[in-house]
Design a protein. Structure first.
Length: 399
């Protein structure tokens, strides 16, 4: 148990920094606009380059993690993220910021495949749900903390110094991983001799993996659409004040963050992960539709959306456990690298078309579509688990 606590601490801190560094850039936009005389479109390119690089490289990095082991990639990825953010503080031209954003994305692409490979090889199966829940919670915490921390540091010591400070925070973690590397095991070494019946690219193109990719992507589509437009929709359709609408979004995010811990604990106690995740997703979608259909008082809207976030957050860990169970031995890195690349893809898909709907005078459709996308994700999840169950006997027979 003590060893697993150390594993969770190291992996969780790295995941926190990964998400923290992804939201370091937006608080810099107004400062950079004055410093480098660039447009908002150019500023947005920094985030697009970082996220896009991460999404593109996660799958090939997953192959490398499975072949050579996760620890060296975790060290290298964390080091790249930290140094690239710190070096942004020395930038004298905006193209340097763009180049460093790409480098940071390269480092960030390592985190998901390496983390899940290490957790799968280091944590007892009876506690895997809690480990996955803690991992997700730390990532969400990094998202939540980054904007206020960067804003406060920029006001206190300036933007260059702020980036140097937060970039330097990752260096102690790199040394900690090196010193504690003996407690970090991954599946590549333990299962390399077994090998799956289907390997490499063929594995990722199997029906279960493609459906799990769709499950993750659609879940992310719904979440991104809600996060981007909930405030606008509540203000325009329900007549909520901006402060109350903002509080509603905050309540939803707090609920989702807390939910992953509850879901992690529950995932270790239940056997029917799909039933649990599906029930929670249906509850979340129903609560969103409730807000869309009824004219509820502001405090009740905040409470209902908090409950919706709690439900969808609790469904995330069973989702990860289902994918882990569907992955063949020794293939965790590439499976999670490929499937989790659906998360940034989903985040990129819905904000623009949802914004178009609002421009066309149909903001009331946003919450309805979010609920519909959540329900569609369940179709992918159920079919994916069924396909994975069918594939196991075939794989065993071939082996």
């Amino acid at each position: 148990m003590k060893r697993e606590i150390r594993v969770n601490a190291l992996i969780g801190t790295g995941h926190f920094l990964s998400h923290f560094y992804m939201l370091v850039l937006p608080p810099m936009f107004l400062v950079w606009q004055n410093a480098f005389d660039v447009s908002f479109a150019q500023l947005g390119l920094t985030v697009a380059l970082m996220s896009g690089t991460t999404a593109i490289l996660q799958t090939p990095v997953g192959f490398l993690v499975d072949k050579y082991g996760a620890r060296r990639f975790l060290v290298g990825g964390t080091l790249l993220m930290s140094l690239s953010v710190a070096c942004m503080g020395f930038a004298t031209a905006f193209w340097q910021i763009l180049a460093l954003a790409v480098v940071s994305g390269v480092g960030n692409s390592v985190i998901h495949p390496a983390d899940y490979a290490i957790l799968a090889g280091s944590i007892d199966k009876s506690r895997m749900g809690r480990a996955f829940g803690i991992h997700t919670f730390n990532g969400n915490l990094g998202f939540a903390v980054a904007p206020p921390v960067m804003a406060a540091l920029t006001l206190a010591i300036g933007w260059r110094e702020s980036l140097m400070v937060v970039g330097g925070i990752g260096l102690p973690l790199v040394f900690a991983i090196l010193l504690q590397s003996r407690v970090l095991n991954d599946q590549s070494g333990a299962h390399a001799e077994q090998g799956p019946a289907v390997s490499g690219r063929a594995l990722l193109l199997t029906k279960p993996m493609l459906l799990f990719f769709g499950f993750f992507m659609l879940s992310s589509c719904a979440g991104a659409g809600l996060q981007a437009w909930l405030i606008t929709v509540l203000h325009q359709v329900k007549g909520m004040g901006l402060e109350a609408a903002s509080t509603t979004l905050t309540g939803y995010m707090v609920g989702a963050t807390a939910g992953v811990l509850a879901g992690g604990y529950a995932a270790d106690k239940i056997t029917r992960q799909l039933t649990f995740a599906a029930s929670l997703t249906i509850v979340s979608a129903a609560l969103i539709l409730l807000v869309a259909a009824l004219n509820l008082p502001d405090p009740l809207v905040i409470g209902v959306m908090f409950a919706s976030g709690l439900a969808v957050g609790a469904s995330r860990t069973p989702r990860d456990v289902m994918l882990r169970d569907a992955a063949p031995p020794g293939q965790i890195g590439k499976v999670f690298g490929f499937v989790s690349s659906g998360l940034p893809l989903g985040q990129a898909i819905t904000p623009v078309p949802f914004g178009w709907l609002i421009d066309k005078g149909h903001p009331e459709m946003v919450l309805v579509l979010v609920a519909a996308i959540l329900m569609a994700s369940l179709m992918c999840a159920g079919t994916a688990q069924a396909a994975a169950a069918e594939a196991r006997p075939l794989a065993s027979a071939r082996a």
